[in-house]
Write a protein that binds this ligand. Structure first.
Ligand SMILES: NC(=O)c1ccc[n+]([C@@H]2O[C@H](COP(=O)([O-])OP(=O)(O)OC[C@H]3O[C@@H](n4cnc5c(N)ncnc54)[C@H](OP(=O)(O)O)[C@@H]3O)[C@@H](O)[C@H]2O)c1
Length: 314
């Protein structure tokens, strides 16, 4: 396939791109065009693929000709939601890097001569807002006052508007992605490794997670399965409370995790961004299960174990 990818140079892309493009020494693979603010650095990083001609890096959609015929577009670009406090400037960046970038993708798709068969576009379980213990399938209503809902709502709306009428659209409401070398685990490992891990707030907030391998496998399925379209909760079917997550990670690392960080401290330090840690969603991937998708890592323990094995092998 010929695939255009935004946001393919991050944590998810690090596994997705080699799977799609094939190993550098293999003869077969998809042809990928990656939109990135760092084309030179990425070319260097993927140097081993240079000879294959299967990877191209562009800094702007203006570099694409109208004749370009992409079979699929995968749209994952977005500034890190947990990287900096949500000042009004930061909210503009979070919005621009998702909704506005998706709108400009739509502008390009309208100019292009060929419509892709499928647009797979990112979103997050934050779309549901803070929902306590309620089990959330794809048709559950959102807490519309929450910032994460508003950000994801605009991102999803931009994706639906960007797709030409003949293009199948799949929206991924991603849970926290667990894998080696990045994401939440990379932030937690140093803390838990020192025995300083612990529950956040009362520990009862739900965390919906998914392994990075499952994110990649689901994207592969959506690329080719014409029966799949619409919104998909991309989470493992076993969401856990923060307390359970903390216990599982500490046990697998063989470290104590007695420190409890009070909600008031997190609110003081992080402002509204503390909702990422103190609020939660108990999400079920009902549409993926209904489509007989078998999760590579259906339990948190398996997902963390697999990530830790890869960390120690690296
Ligand atoms: N990982 C998770 O746990 C998780 C959970 C829910 C949702 N998601 C969403 O899924 C997407 C991919 O996740 P990830 O973990 O792979 O993210 P990541 O490692 O933070 O990578 C972010 C990607 O977005 C691009 N990007 C960032 N800011 C941009 C900007 N201002 N303009 C254009 N491109 C920009 C980056 O490209 P360059 O730096 O190369 O330009 C990079 O490819 C993100 O949108 C994220 O919000 C992730």
């Amino acid at each position: 396939m010929n695939i255009l990818i935004t946001g393919g140079t991050g944590f998810i892309g690090a596994q997705l791109v080699p799977v799609l493009a094939g190993a550098a020494d293999q003869a077969q693979g998809d042809h990928l065009t990656l939109l990135t603010r760092r084309p030179e650095k990425m070319r260097e990083h993927y140097n081993a693929w240079a000879e294959t001609g299967r990877l191209r890096f562009i800094a702007s959609l203006d570099e694409l000709s109208r004749d370009e015929a992409f079979d699929a577009v995968i749209n994952l670009a977005g500034e890190g939601i947990a990287d900096k406090p949500w000042t009004s400037q930061r909210r503009r960046e979070l919005h621009a890097s998702r909704a506005l970038l998706t709108e400009s993708l739509g502008d390009w798709l309208r100019r292009a001569k060929h419509a892709p068969q499928v647009l797979i576009s990112g979103s997050a379980v934050g779309w549901y807002g803070n929902q306590g213990e309620r089990i959330l399938e794809e048709d559950a209503p959102a807490e519309t006052g929450d910032y994460t809902h508003q950000l994801c709502r605009d991102w999803e709306a931009a994706a639906l508007a960007a797709a030409p009428p003949s293009t199948r659209v799949c929206i991924l409401r991603l849970g926290v992605v667990i894998g080696p070398g990045g994401g939440m685990l990379r932030r937690l490992l140093p803390v838990f490794g020192l025995g300083l891990g612990g529950e956040l707030g009362n520990g009862q907030q739900y965390l919906s997670w998914v392994s990075r391998s499952d994110v990649v496998q689901v994207i592969l399925r959506l690329l080719t399965d014409r029966a799949m379209n619409g919104v998909f909760n991309l989470t493992a079917p076993a969401p856990v409370t923060n307390a359970e997550f903390t216990r599982t990670l500490a046990r697998l690392l063989r470290r104590p995790a007695f420190f409890r960080v009070p909600a008031s401290i997190l609110k003081l330090g992080l402002g509204e961004m503390s909702t990422l840690l103190l609020d939660g969603q108990r999400v079920m991937p009902s549409r993926l299960l209904g489509a007989d998708y078998r999760f590579v890592h259906a339990s948190l323990e398996e997902a963390i174990r697999a990530a830790l094995n890869r960390e120690s092998a690296a």
